[in-house]
Design a protein around this ligand. Sequence first.
Ligand SMILES: [Zn+2]
Length: 115
Amino acid sequence: MSDPAQEKTLAEQAPARYECKSCGYVYEPDKGDSKSEIPSGTLFEDLPTDWHCPVCGVRKAQFRNIGSTGAPSGFQENLNYGLGVNRLTPGQKNILIFGSLAVAFLLFLSLYGLH
Ligand SMILES: [Zn+2]
């Protein structure tokens, strides 16, 4: 089986969860619904039309999209941002350190030369 997840963004990989407006039960695609023999990884959209809330029994229409768990969302951008900063910082540090050292050295030389 190929891995189509690699072609998706992280946000798309995290499937949306749906909350029962009647009782507050949350359908999590990662867990599925063992009571209705829904295997884990089944998207809410892919549930059979006659699926109903395992807690209170209302139909799919009574569920609302509450989004994914959110943890992976934007993580890759943050990671790239962090790496970008980490790549730039040593160079900037070196410029600052050696720049100030050179200036101090030149000042020292000029002061020393005056005496
Ligand atoms: Zn319910």
